[in-house]
Design a protein around this ligand. Structure first.
Ligand code: PNS
Length: 160
């Protein structure tokens, strides 16, 4: 079976992430959306909240699974027998860091490839951080994130 992993913090998931998930799910028998559990990053949402928001947003797509991991991504990929890590690239500014991670992951396990998918241009400016910043000041994020995420952001930031 052809298994791919799409890892990230997803704090929270945005339409940019969903674009990559939908497109990459077509390339694999099974796509695992892997949510990083790393309290040191001080996420806004718990892992369970992040998973719930992803689950609601992908509407029971049959070959997409959502899971969480901590530690090294490459260990999780091995555990899940995934041969491919999927990453979204928005702009040149993403490239340097992503190249470094891809090369390090290749060094850790040469059997696992990192494959980059270019984010659709309409989402190229989007990130979880910028969504949180807008939402924290009461700005409208309805065109950037699914409805449940918008609701949860309002709840966290206590804005209407
Ligand atoms: O959504 P993000 O925060 O940009 O995702 C980053 C992520 C989760 C893909 C990256 O931080 C990661 O893979 N973390 C796991 C730790 C690890 O394997 N580090 C070594 C990579 S070279």
């Amino acid at each position: 079976m052809n298994v791919g992993i799409y890892p990230g913090s997803f704090d929270p998931i945005t339409f940019g992430h969903l674009d990559i998930i939908k497109r990459s799910a077509k390339l694999f028998d099974r796509l695992i959306v892997a949510v990083l559990s790393n309290p040191q990053k001080e996420p806004l949402f718990t892992v369970d909240e992040r998973i719930e928001m992803i689950r609601e947003s992908i509407n029971d797509a049959p070959n997409i699974e959502i899971d969480s991991f901590s530690g090294l991504l490459i260990d999780f990929a091995r555990l899940k027998q995934a041969k491919v890590i999927i990453k979204g690239l928005r702009a040149v500014s993403d490239f340097e860091y992503e190249l470094q991670m891809a090369l390090m992951n290749k060094k850790l396990d040469e059997r696992i490839e990192t494959v980059f998918i270019m984010t659709s241009s309409k989402y190229s400016y989007l990130s979880s951080s910028i969504v949180k910043e807008v939402a924290s000041f009461g700005g409208c994020v309805s065109s950037l994130v699914p409805p449940l995420v918008e609701k949860q952001l309002k709840r966290k930031y206590k804005v209407n």
